[in-house]
Design a protein around this ligand. Structure first.
Ligand SMILES: [Zn+2]
Length: 118
């Protein structure tokens, strides 16, 4: 009998939200790329092109961040299945429950995270 693990469920939920976020960002970026191709985006003196380039940069940064979170969430799920979830990968101590509630994909305990902000 497998009892539902609330930590695992939280990660699965977060992963679903994260996937939706990535899909939205990717489609927004696709629209921007289309827009930049139909306008004179290569002309840096074209104010519209500059705006599009800026927005694309912002979107790319958000996408990179979301993809990093996805990788961490996927890894956390693997850790749960292995029974090594919630253990700080730097000092090997248990990560506090409050921290796991706030950032379920975290790999560092609070004191290690403070020493090495990621
Ligand atoms: Zn630690």
């Amino acid at each position: 009998v497998t009892t539902p693990d609330p930590r695992r469920q939280r990660l699965v939920d977060d992963l679903a939200g994260n996937a939706a976020e990535i899909a939205t960002l990717e489609s927004d970026r696709g629209r921007l790329i289309d827009a930049s191709q139909s306008s004179n985006a290569d002309d840096e003196h074209d104010p519209e092109g500059a705006t599009i380039a800026f927005e694309r940069e912002q979107l790319t940064a958000l996408l990179t961040r979301a993809q990093r979170i996805r990788a961490d969430l996927e890894r956390a799920l693997v850790d749960i299945d292995r029974g090594t979830y919630g253990i700080c990968e730097r000092c090997g101590r248990a990560i506090g429950a409050e921290r796991l509630d706030a950032r379920p994909q975290t790999r560092l305990c609070i004191s290690c995270a403070r020493q090495a902000p990621s």
